[in-house]
Ligand binder design. Structure first.
Ligand SMILES: Cc1ncc(COP(=O)(O)O)c(C=O)c1O
Length: 391
């Protein structure tokens, strides 16, 4: 049995938008990503309506294309940056450095200096060595400390463990920040990308509250800011609550912990702003069965783990797939075109694709606007990086 029947495109796109994307895609050589910029525009407005008390710092890593950066620059977004390369790109698009936060806790001292020389004054940290580097290379800057959070089991793409520190360490670092002449500004967390359990923010905010209170009472440090990271949902196969429900609940959690006077709140959406706007168009290269009696087919397509779909690793992100073929569906294994046996996207989660799907047919991978183009390898097996178009 398949885990799903054919998906309904109408759960993901209105027919006008999907029609426009398909028309644009029609005579182009696959594989490629088409991004509908109007969808991002709308989702940014939904995000700022849902979180009127928060400043948006777009996580550039999700999709750093000129079209996305220009749109978000003009809409007044700020930017969460992971490297000097992203920094240069965002500055080249005319964003002023006061709209930028260096959100990566793992960074070279010389890169901190570059950020500082270019005018950036806000830095994330989660370790003493990094904090000391910031104090030397970016004196007087605002720092926020990232804490570890629970919630990795309910996030489709967990981020904790590698980033963040325990609350006791966070307090030590914020005190040290003050002693080193920095501004101990706030606390950040990321509850895991595509976090399906809204309570994950509650648990994280509870820890933040303790840090705020202890530092104020015991050390006279008044923190000003909470950076709630990303983790807000995109539309994939595993459904989530809608953004408004996330926002409502999270507002309640903040009120419970901080009353009606909120600290400055930052959010860093990536996936939730961009994913739903993208459709990756691929073509079926080959369909086979592994034995005469095999119950399922293998469908090999011209896009794979190494050409943009790395988030299918461990089948973490389950992208909705549409084909124009109708009729009875049968279980398939879906794999990419490269000569690497790791290049299998879905084998355990059973996608049902129509029995009459044929070599040469197109597959439309929905909700692929984020974390696809940049993850695409540049020459694996000679395949070029994933092309992208913005309409
Ligand atoms: C520091 C930071 N902020 C924000 C994001 C974006 O998260 P999401 O795509 O879940 O919105 C990430 C993702 O890796 C991140 O590392």
């Amino acid at each position: 049995m398949s885990d799903q029947t054919a998906i309904q495109v109408s759960d993901y796109f209105d027919s006008e938008t999907f029609g426009r994307i398909k028309a644009f895609a029609e005579n182009r050589e696959t594989p490629f990503l088409v991004v509908d910029v109007a969808t991002i525009n709308r989702q940014y407005d939904e995000m700022t309506d849902a979180f009127p008390y928060a400043s948006v710092y777009y996580a550039v890593k999700a999709n750093p294309s000129t079209e996305v950066l220009t749109l978000l620059r003009d809409k007044g977004s700020n930017f969460d940056i992971a490297s000097v390369y992203e920094l240069d790109k965002v500055l080249a698009h005319g964003v002023s450095p006061d709209r930028i936060s260096f959100g990566n806790t793992i960074k070279k001292s010389k890169d901190i200096r570059t950020f500082y020389e270019k005018g950036v004054r806000m830095y994330a940290t989660d370790s003493e060595a990094d904090l000391r580097n910031i104090a030397k290379a970016a004196p007087g800057s605002r720092v926020y400390v990232r804490i570890l959070t629970e919630g990795t089991l309910t996030a489709d793409w967990p981020l904790s463990r590698k980033f963040g520190c325990q609350s006791d360490m966070a307090m030590d670092l914020l005190i040290l920040a003050r002693d080193l002449g920095l501004v101990p500004y706030g606390v950040s967390f990321h509850v895991g990308s595509q976090q399906r359990e809204i309570g994950a923010w509650d648990a994280a905010l509870g820890k933040v509250k303790v840090i705020f209170e202890r530092l104020k009472e015991e050390d006279g440090i008044e923190l000003k800011m909470i950076n709630m990271g990303g983790g807000f949902p995109a539309n994939y196969i595993s459904r989530t609550n809608d953004l408004a429900t996330y926002a409502q609940e999270i507002k309640r959690f903040i009120q419970e912990d901080f009353g009606d006077t909120f600290p400055e709140i930052i959010i860093e959406p990536g996936r939730s702003l961009i994913s739903n706007a993208g459709v990756l168009v691929s073509e079926v290269v080959l369909i086979s069965r592994k034995s005469r009696t095999a119950m399922h087919r293998w469908v090999y397509t011209d896009v794979g783990k190494f050409s943009g779909l790395i988030e299918t690793m461990d089948e973490s992100i389950k992208f909705p797939i549409h084909t124009d073929k109708k009729g009875e569906v049968e279980d398939v294994v879906i794999a990419g075109p490269s000569c690497d046996s790791a290049d299998i996207m879905y084998e355990h989660y059973k996608y049902g694709l129509p029995l009459n799907l044929a070599i040469g047919d197109r597959m439309y991978w929905l909700s692929t606007g984020a974390y696809t183009t940049t993850y695409s390898a540049i020459e694996f097996n000679g395949f070029p990086p994933l092309k992208d178009y913005y309409i």
